[in-house]
Design a protein. Structure first.
Length: 85
């Protein structure tokens, strides 16, 4: 007997119906160009989520990044002497 384990990488995404309001002319143009509306919406939402997560991370870590940059400006890079030209 073989057991298959699903990991995050192999999991089948669960799809869920959603109602969206989209500009009528944009929707018409997308359909005219044979654009898969669901796929395009999902890709756009995925991109917006990734951007929001990145911005949140930058905001949450802004102080640490500024502190690290200030340290490097004052003291230089710790391993600078080992750099090869």
């Amino acid at each position: 007997m073989s057991i298959t384990y699903r990991t995050k990488e192999t999991a089948v995404p669960t799809k869920r119906a959603a109602n969206l309001s989209i500009d009528a002319s944009l929707l018409h143009e997308a359909k005219t160009l044979d654009i898969n509306i669901s796929r395009a919406a999902e890709e756009g939402i995925a991109k917006a989520v990734a951007n929001a997560k990145a911005e949140r991370w930058r905001a949450e870590n802004r102080e640490a990044l500024q502190s690290s940059n200030a340290f490097v400006e004052t003291n230089g890079l710790s391993l600078e002497r080992f750099r090869q030209s």
